[in-house]
Design a protein around this ligand. Structure first.
Ligand code: PEP
Length: 251
């Protein structure tokens, strides 16, 4: 891991959790307060319906919050959508854009993802831009080419330095219990870092690159120790305070 970069451990609750789930945030806050200060920024991205209440419990323990998606426009006639300024208004500091579930379920293209990231940046949010190959693409030996192409098209052309985060999430590893080999993660994160540095120079060297896909207490230490892995995007294992705390503590 690059030591100059503060790692980020981000929980993605997806479409899970009603107000009852906030008890887990309380448990996590208790553990964080009782233990040594975490070596990472700790982020939870709950359903937007829970953001305000979650912040009341999370913020005193130093946990920050984020949205799971935002519209590319800042406001307007888009029934059912949520804008980046609305997330910021609820206390969010980050927003996930381009998660593979949104790319698959809603046909989101990398160009749209770049527009969403631009809206996030304009609203003072840090976009977590997700990229990742499918199983077929990996089998065909195209994983690095697919991910670097997604990366090129998903970062706004006019990105000028306000923080962004990249999450490498192999689609076939999300929610499956499968993970790439350590060597595959090394190779991909190095390729992402090289792509960022080639395009953005020193700014690219400072971007946090998260690994996501079946990160669990049992594999977190090994994955988080890999060079250019600057934290994790955690789905299922972020729903239980004990599992999420174990991942945070693995750093
Ligand atoms: C995710 O949804 O971003 C994710 C990584 O999920 P999981 O940890 O459950 O594989």
């Amino acid at each position: 891991m690059t030591t100059a970069i503060t790692p980020l451990i981000a929980g993605n609750w997806k479409m899970n959790g009603t107000s009852v789930a906030l008890a887990e945030v309380g448990r996590l806050a208790e553990r964080l307060r009782a233990g040594a200060p975490p070596r990472a920024t700790v982020l939870i991205c709950p359903p937007a319906t829970l953001l305000a209440d979650l912040n009341r419990i999370a913020a005193p323990a130093g946990i920050v919050s984020g949205g799971q998606d935002c519209h590319p426009a800042l406001s307007g006639a888009h029934t059912g959508d949520i804008s980046a300024p609305m997330l910021a208004d609820l206390g969010a500091q980050y927003v996930i854009v381009g998660h593979s579930e949104r790319r698959a379920d809603h046909g989101e293209t990398s160009a749209l993802v770049a527009d969403k990231a631009r809206a996030a940046l304009a609203s003072g949010l840090v976009p977590i831009i997700c990229v990742g190959e499918t199983e077929a693409e990996r089998r065909a030996g195209q994983a690095v080419a697919v991910v670097t192409a997604q990366l090129a098209a998903s970062i706004p052309e006019d990105w000028a330095g306000h923080s962004i985060v990249i999450a490498y999430e192999p689609v076939w590893a999300i929610g499956t219990g499968l993970t790439p080999t350590t060597q595959d993660i090394i190779d991909m994160h190095r390729a992402v870092r090289m792509t960022l540095e080639a395009r953005f120079g020193a700014r690219g060297a400072g971007v946090r690159i998260l690994y996501g896909g079946s990160m669990k207490p049992a594999n977190a230490r090994e994955i988080l120790a890999i060079e250019h892995v600057n934290g994790g995007l955690v789905g299922g294992a972020s729903l239980l305070a004990s599992d999420f705390y174990a991942i945070i503590s693995a750093l």
